[in-house]
Design a protein around this ligand. Structure first.
Ligand code: MRU
Length: 371
């Protein structure tokens, strides 16, 4: 895997540039395993099974999925219908994160103009690289715009620890570099701000306990893993200065879909006067939607993910059932936090309120071209 510990990435091109390398995030933090994706089917499987996950990473991986669609068609004249079919299959792999469709359509748009198979490969590669590069830069800028929020709380606290609560994993594992929710935290930490992170475990798949805790530990950021339901108690007792989460899809008026349980954190934050921020790149906005609760598709995953938990004991992985054998379960993977519960959106263009007017102030160009 390329990169050093400061700049590891969750996806890369293999040395022969014929396949896409990814970290198998299902195995972290217990095992560090990488996989090589060679076909569109490999990419679909990796997204669906959450080998790769997190909105910006899903988008970038699917963008390279389109590049694999082109490389696997070498030897034939480029067939736009085939590329469109592959794009549809990729976009169907998970429903909630809008970054997926955004990235696939962007690469498809370039491939449709190709006159030869080699040109299709080159255009797809160029665009997938651009998506990846831009998401890294967007996350870096989110860090720069979010850092002052933490610095201000530190000043108001007379330099005492700033306690940030986050949900799920919106770190570099989800975003290639920096992360979205973690970018302001890393930026503040790098500036010497005393910061501590409350990490929601994030059932059922424990992306907080497994992935965010792993990232923060690697970086040396103080953190504590908490049960998903602990946040309200901590807020009531003044133990949380700020909540920052990521997003999988945010409407043009600021309703935020994110990992299931985010909404309850936002309600608790509102009740306790704790600022609740959402960090997201513009690729996560769905400019066509105005009512997140009614219109954002919420993924329902296999209930077995709720009925069983996976961990590590001694030398190996263990999987245990946590409910009666015949009890059914339901597995809603995301929820929607209405914009009125959000203090602000931290984007690559700055911080705005979660309202149609303030989002338009930063992104008028995107709203005009897409709506
Ligand atoms: O189901 P996941 O792990 O893909 O869900 C990820 C999240 O909910 C993240 O918070 C979101 O994608 C923002 S990532 C920067």
């Amino acid at each position: 895997m390329p990169g050093n510990s400061q700049r590891r990435r969750p996806l890369w091109l293999d040395a022969d540039e014929q396949a896409l390398g990814v970290i198998d995030q299902r195995r972290l933090p217990h095992q560090f395993v990488t996989l090589s994706l060679k076909t569109v089917d490999d990419v679909i499987h990796a997204i669906r099974e959450m080998v790769v996950r997190g909105a910006p990473l899903i988008g970038a991986t699917a963008a390279y999925g389109m590049w694999l669609a082109a490389t696997n068609s070498m030897g034939h004249a480029p067939d736009p219908d085939h590329f469109r079919q592959e794009a549809l299959r990729l976009k169907a792999s998970r429903p909630t994160a809008i970054n997926l469709a955004w990235a696939v359509d962007r690469v498809l748009g370039r491939m449709e103009t190709a006159s030869t198979a080699q040109v299709a490969v080159d255009l797809a590669r160029h665009e997938a690289d651009a998506v990846t590069r831009e998401e890294i830069e967007n996350c870096r800028r989110i860090g720069e715009f979010g850092r002052p929020i933490i610095e201000e709380l530190s000043r108001a606290n007379d330099g005492r620890t700033v306690h940030v609560l986050t949900h799920c994993n919106a770190g570099w594992l989800a975003c290639i570099e920096h992360g979205t929710a973690t970018a302001p935290i890393y930026a503040a930490f790098d500036r010497g701000i005393d910061v501590h992170v409350w990490v929601d475990e994030t059932r059922p798949l424990n992306q907080g306990a497994r992935l965010t805790a792993w990232e923060l530990a690697e970086r040396g950021v103080r953190h504590t893993v908490i049960a998903d339901n602990a946040g309200g108690h901590l807020m009531q007792h003044g133990m949380v200065d700020l909540v920052i989460v990521g997003s999988d899809r945010t409407t043009a008026n600021g309703d935020v879909a994110n990992k299931i349980g985010t909404y309850l954190k936002a309600l608790a934050a509102k009740d306790n006067g704790v600022p609740f921020y959402v960090a997201l790149p513009s690729s996560t906005f769905d400019w066509s939607l105005r009512d997140g609760v009614a219109d954002i598709p919420i993924e329902e995953r296999n209930p077995e993910e709720v009925r069983w938990v996976q961990g590590w004991e001694g030398e190996g992985p263990v999987r245990v059932r946590i409910c009666p054998e015949k009890s059914p379960a339901a597995n809603f993977a995301f929820d929607v936090t209405p914009g009125h519960l959000v203090t602000g959106l931290i984007t690559e263009r700055g911080v705005c309120r979660a309202t149609a007017a303030d989002i338009r102030r930063l992104f008028a160009d995107k709203i005009k071209t897409i709506c």
